[in-house]
Design a protein around this ligand. Sequence first.
Ligand SMILES: [Zn+2]
Length: 438
Amino acid sequence: MEETAAGRGQRRQRAARPRATRGRGTAARRGSTAREASADEQPADEASRAVVPRRTAQGGEPPVPRTLSARSRAAGGLRLREVLSQLSLGRQDVSEASGLVNHVVSHLIQAVRGRDGSFSSIRRLGAGSYYEHVKISEPNEFDIMLVMPVTRLQLDESDDTGAYYYLTFKRNPKEKYLNRFLDEDGKLSAFKMLEDLRRIIKEELKHIKNVEVTVKRKKRGSPAITLLIKKPPAEISVDIILALEVQQSWPPSTQDGLNIECWLGRKVRREFRYKPIYLVAKQNKKEKLPRGNTWRLSFSHIEKAMLNNHGSIKTCCESDGVKCCRKDCLKLLKYLLERLKMKHAKELEKFCSYHVKTAFFHSCVTWPSDTDWQHENLEHCFQKYLEYFLRCLQDSQLPHFFIPQYNLLSLDDKASNDFLLGQINYQLNNGFPVFHQV
Ligand SMILES: [Zn+2]
């Protein structure tokens, strides 16, 4: 699932960037604490401290020193490429599975639109890693974002993350058909909307021929919609995410985010910020009394655009351009986290690919030039990116890329952060054994 980093504790913290880039995005310094001030006084080479070998839970083997010779570096790069080529082997499966998913989802959308209900304007938005061409793991999990355009909404922050909002309509909304989803305070209820959509989808699934599809039983208090499509011997699961699309200016919490000027340019940033905002029906897990009326900002459309057009020079990775290793680095760290999560599900349950993706975008800003990511320097680049992520874990600071005040690695989860730090350090110092274990 995308963006499950939601609901963590947050504090207003300065961006966890290597020193070289500090000074940009100064507004993110608002409300810096004593702890952050002392972090400023740390030596410039603190990045390297993040990778000091430490004993891990894996039997405490002495780690291999990090000073690698040029030859062993090259060998390491070769091994990483092997891992990448294995990852792409599963492509055939993915395209088969996605064909089936497309068939089911298109049918559903048509059926839902055809009814005279509240969802007649619904359409699909490509989101999630398959569409960004970095789908790496099992070909049997998909996210589908269903979008409903709304003319104008009033957004009120529901907490200090700047990511979660209550939505109300301005006077005389055009969307009278949404009135029935308002709660007693006049707030648009994500819960009520999802419940209704879920009911409609269940009815419409009965008319789908040739494919066995069911709606997964809902968890108590959560109206999330997950389709299960039988594809013997496996089952494909499709999370349906309901989003509202509003063409209005981005809320103030995003003002100092998306610091891509040095990487993709000022013009691209301005263009992105003219795009609509999306609000997904996501419960803020931090709320003491969840009432199902919070919505979370989603930037998956911008994330997709940045991944697909990621070069400081426009032709990067195009057929007539120079190839870089940015996407390969992202794939490798996603895969690393996934493998570690398989081994330590409980300890790492708070982490998801959105953490890795967020750190990736910060790394792209930190090293903005295409020459920082030369294809032949894969191992070096991957290590730089990994060290950046390790520093975030060590400091418990990973600001949301679009909402800098929203920290995705809260100090409240310091034990988890330290655990992952130890695990990744071990992998880094030992040539990533987890990539090669079956
Ligand atoms: Zn590239």
